[in-house]
Design a protein around this ligand. Structure first.
Ligand code: NAD
Length: 335
């Protein structure tokens, strides 16, 4: 297989490449990443040991740089590259449209032109909007995104499906719930809580902390993506999730417990505007069609993740000293 993966220096993309090369070491795999604040070559450590791996520093909007790789023939494109943080999309939505919508469109055009055999668009359950206390999103739920991030991902999903319907490009969309695990950038809830707690610093929680998220370990997500890549039905959507709903406050309390830290580190801060109350995805389709199910329980997965961050202090300390410091101060109003 010759595969082009975008965003492979980010959290999920790098976990996916590690998983995939371990399983299929002979793969020719091109990792295209712009190395934005969220991209980190330290996440790709060890990849160059695989003879078919190659990194290309490029924007997914850059047709000229990408074209030769498409022209050489590709079995699959897997598009992880995105601006991925809801808070940042509230501050500066334009770059979300540029990367998530225009960048995806550029990849779709190249894929169509060079007849790529499979185009996997990595999307999110956030495109469905928010749920009340009951019910789950299915693949048929209408798209009703609330944040600029979610709206930009929904736009990309619509374009991707239009390329299937209009041009017959074999597109598959996956919509996964909230991921956690190694190499997640410290701005997201779980790594942020672990790192702040380890440093004895306040742990911010938006609003009342009762927002519900459906958590999945990134390793389970990567397994699911492998299955979809190899056996998924083009022109369709697969939800991916582990049916593990927890409030943000429950997650934070569990991390503090795992670290033996006091709950008085918690600081409730002003809620994020338009904060979705609850997400939850039905996963019956991927289970029945592709036989995939999540395997990692939340408590075990979280304990493993906490251990990883404790061991990888140098990894996150390098990040904390950069642009992230100013962002954190701006967002939460304290250090
Ligand atoms: P991330 O922010 O950790 O990584 C994104 C990567 O994309 C970075 O390496 C960044 O450098 C790269 N990138 C950004 N703009 C680019 C551009 N214009 N050209 C090339 N590369 C660019 O994100 P993540 O959490 O790993 O998410 C990966 C994908 O999965 C995203 O599409 C996201 O919407 C989706 N997703 C994430 C979650 C989650 O919980 N993190 C859940 C469901 C879906």
């Amino acid at each position: 297989m010759r595969i082009l993966v975008t965003g492979g220096a980010g959290f999920i993309g790098s976990n996916f490449i590690r998983h995939y090369l371990h399983r299929y070491p002979e793969t020719n795999l091109i990792n295209v990443d712009l190395l934005t604040y969220a991209g980190n070559l330290a996440n790709t450590e060890g990849f160059t040991a695989y003879p078919g791996y190659r990194f290309l520093h490029a924007d997914i909007n850059d047709r000229d740089k990408l074209e030769p790789y498409f022209a050489a023939g590709l079995d699959a494109v897997i598009n992880f590259a995105a601006e991925s943080h809801v808070d940042r999309s509230i501050d500066a939505p334009q770059v979300f449209a540029r990367t998530n919508i225009n960048g995806t469109l550029n990849l779709l055009c190249l894929a169509r032109h060079y007849e790529v055999k499979r185009f996997l668009q990595i999307s999110t359950d956030e495109v469905y909007g928010a749920l009340g206390p009951e019910g789950l999103f299915t693949e048929e739920s209408p798209l009703a995104p609330n944040s600029p991030y979610a709206a930009s991902k929904a736009g990309a999903d619509l374009l991707a499906m239009a390329f299937y319907k209009t041009y017959g490009l074999p597109v598959i969309i996956t919509r996964c719930s909230n991921n956690y695990g190694p190499y997640q950038f410290p701005e997201k809830l779980i790594p942020l809580t672990i790192i702040n707690a380890v440093r004895g610093e306040p742990v911010p929680i938006y609003g009342d902390g009762q927002q519900v998220r459906d958590w999945i370990h990134v390793a389970d997500h990567c397994q699911a993506l492998e299955r979809v890549l190899l056996a998924g039905q083009p022109g369709t959507v697969y939800n991916i999730g582990a049916r593990c709903e927890r409030t943000n406050l429950e997650v934070v309390r569990l991390i503090l417990k795992l670290l033996g830290k006091p709950e008085d580190l918690i600081r409730f801060v002003a809620d994020r505007p338009g904060h979705d109350r609850r997400y939850g995805v039905a996963v019956g389709k991927i289970r029945s069609e592709l036989g995939w199910e999540a395997r990692i329980g939340f408590e075990d997965g979280l304990a493993q993740t906490v251990k990883w961050y404790l061991k990888q202090q140098a990894w996150w300390e390098a990040i904390l000293s950069g642009e992230y410091k100013d962002y954190y101060q701006r967002n939460y109003g304290f250090r």
